[in-house]
Design a protein around this ligand. Structure first.
Ligand code: IPM
Ligand code: MG
Length: 360
């Protein structure tokens, strides 16, 4: 199979971690008899520096013509980088929001897994963490507050800002279907998270999710209010399988869930549309403070590449090979600095890539 992949190295540690993911992908496709055609595009600060905008129409067209997009990370230090002196629509993050919308990437999958080998990094008490956890946050990604009408006005000398939270039933239904489909391949439980005690958009969310659930009698559905969910994630994370939620709640809860694993450098993500197309990226950010030092953890990006093989290309064996290699290096005690612990061997970003290549 020929895989057409667009890469977005991006900003900060992005270029380093994408380079390692490419190394691992190249070895994997070589081993299994496939080939890859890569095209790189600029996004975020890297694009601002060259084109004055965080994402050009040509870059979007290139991304659209590929089967999948593999991204590193975008953005810089919001207090010191000149990118943040630009108006909001020209800042690095605007490029990310634009590509999500233009490619209709409405389903964001963010796994949060406590790896046995890294259980010590979990910040929760052992009595809680010993149960382990493996959850998938399904975040709606192209609606809600992020894309509703917004404006800032002055009325009678008083400044006022308005953001709008809108969802229609179709937007809710399509993400709910994806959530139930994925739950079916996992532990068959969906926790739908909303704020139905206050928000109309949440009441519609709840009603539509219940309608969709009727087609999945084998999957258990429960509803949870978002504030309670924030508590439950630290009190009893083992209870969750698929967490299905809207854009803003998903943004916040997915950061919380990743922190609870204690190893955000390990967490992958996928953003999918209605077809097999997807954008794959690590859950962590661009870490400008450690950029260019060859110490970043490339594993989240490498696992994102594995998700790409699985979800876009249906190459399960190939994805398994990458995930097995990751487990193997951890078992052998190799760690980048962010997940380093006593008795382990500390390695650089590129050394971690090399170790994984050897184990594919
Ligand atoms: C994320 C990020 C983005 C978001 C930012 C960078 C716009 O926090 O992917 O979670 O809020 O969606
Ligand atoms: Mg976020």
């Amino acid at each position: 199979m020929e895989l057409k992949i667009t890469c977005i190295p991006g900003d900060g540690i992005g270029p380093e971690i994408v380079a390692e993911a490419k190394k691992v992908l190249n070895k994997t496709v070589e081993k299994f008899g496939h080939s890859i055609q890569y095209t790189d595009i600029l996004m975020g600060g890297a694009s601002i520096d060259v084109h004055g905008v965080p994402l050009t129409d040509e870059a979007i067209a290139t991304a659209k013509s590929a089967d999948a997009v593999l991204m590193g990370s975008i953005g810089g230090d919001t207090t010191t980088s000149p990118w943040y002196k630009l108006e909001p629509s020209l800042r690095p993050e605007a490029g990310l929001l634009k590509i999500r919308k233009e490619l209709n990437l409405f389903a964001n999958l963010r796994p949060a897994i406590l790896y046995d080998e890294l259980a010590g990094a979990c910040p929760l008490k052992e009595e809680i963490s010993k149960a382990g956890f493996d959850m998938m946050i399904m975040r709606e990604l192209t609606g809600g507050l992020y894309f509703g009408e917004r404006k800032t006005v002055t009325e009678n000398g008083v400044r006022k800002a308005i953001d709008t939270l809108t969802y229609n039933e179709e937007e809710i239904r399509r993400i709910a279907i994806k959530g139930f489909d994925i739950a079916r391949k996992r532990k068959k439980k969906v926790t739908s998270v909303d704020k139905a005690n206050v928000l109309d958009s949440s009441r519609l969310w709840r009603a539509v999710v219940e309608e969709v659930a009727k087609d999945y009698p084998d999957v258990t559905l429960e509803h949870m209010l978002v504030d309670n969910c924030a508590m439950q994630l630290v009190k009893n994370p083992a209870q969750f399988d698929v967490i299905l939620t809207e854009n803003m709640f998903g943004d916040i809860l997915s950061d919380e869930a990743s922190m609870v694993t204690g190893s955000i450098g390990m967490l992958a993500s996928a953003s999918l549309n209605d077809s097999k197309f997807g954008l794959y990226e690590p859950s962590h950010g661009s870490a400008p403070d450690i950029a260019g030092k060859n110490i970043a953890n490339p594993i989240a990006t490498i696992l994102s590449a594995a998700m790409m093989l699985r979800f876009t290309f249906d190459l399960d064996k190939e994805a398994d090979a990458i995930e097995a290699a990751v487990k193997q290096v951890l078992k052998e005690g190799y760690r980048t600095v962010d997940i380093m612990s006593e008795g382990c061997t500390q390695v650089s970003c590129s050394e971690m890539g090399d170790l994984l290549v050897e184990r594919i």
